[in-house]
Design a protein around this ligand. Sequence first.
Ligand code: PMP
Length: 409
Amino acid sequence: MSDRDPRSDFPILARRVGSGEGKPLVYLDNAATTQKPIHVIETVDRFYRQENANIHRGVHYLSMNATDAYDRARERIAETIGAAHPAEVVFVRGTTEAINLVASSFAGDRFQPGDEIVITRMEHHANIVPWQLLAQKLGVVLKWAPVTDSGEIDLDAFRACFSEETKLAAFTQVSNALGTINPAKEMVAIAREFGAHVLVDGAQGVAHGMVNVADLGADFYAFSGHKVVGPDGIGVLWGRRELLDSMPPYQGGGDMIARVSVEKTTFRDSPERFEAGTPNISGAIGLGAAFDYLAGLGWDEIRRREQDVLDYATERLGEIEGIRILGPADTRGKVAVISFTMDSAHPHDIGTILDTEGIAIRAGHHCAQPLMDFYQIAGTARASFAFYNNRDDVDRLMDGIAKVKKFFG
Ligand code: PMP
């Protein structure tokens, strides 16, 4: 492990939380959103202090510079995710908007009543509700691939959901609720056997360095900047260029047009076609800076740190009686997320008591209610780790859980 401690790059990790003098923060809610390194904070700060202007069509210095910075961010991201061309990177608000864009502009434009879409039981609501809305509107049919008791996809059961009517498979690379890493490449290959298109929800995968869209072989890949140490309100829809260029616009407005006249409007190609209006310029530049920062740290180092903390936390939690960890038992089959229940305490009570100790975890259904229904529970307590967490954070979590046990018995 490298000597450099990335914690010092994240100012918020030094603060205390709670009333009075507070408690040193232990931030274990990274699957919801990650903290931001100084490099990203300063990049966004500098943009607004010194570089702010609207992009495109500006003939003045600041506008041209801002346009360059926005384009460079797109190039940086395209390179990081293995896109064939920067035009395949569409800036959106986040994963949710990316999936809605595909549902509306791709599926909504070409699917017929009776066409089928395969999703899985472990999807985040962002990869369920847009398809349900489309089912209501168009009469397409949703097929739900089951999960096993250990929260994994069984490829035979997944395959059994496909038919000649399947037009799209939309599934997550990594479960936000359990941490399960899905065999996404194999799942893409199965969808291809049936001639279906594929959207991969990369909201969780991207934070753990799992994205190489060329290798994955899907048609669309969606992720959010805020889950990968970047700003909120910015995310990416990656799509194959020829597909994007064949899709109608998602929203109409400035910047996405080739020519507007009284009679008719023609549109630009991707990515501008899908970026109507002034985009989140500082967000895109901040996201580029986030990928620069992560590349500087090194994805191998990031994974090594996360695996260490996951293994240690899993071992220590396993020592506590009355705790059930959901999801894969083998920590190599998951990212650094531990979703658990306690015999004696409700997840919200666990979260509230931990909060009094300065420990931030998440409690609830994690926007994955169909998965919770499968387990016949209302929710779990979820500790999700990033590369800046360490074994001391795990020790603090264990002390907090000991308090929960003392309180509830
Ligand atoms: N999919 C998954 C797997 C997620 O974890 C999340 C965020 N929790 C989303 C989609 C939605 O992301 P956002 O809210 O950033 O659009």
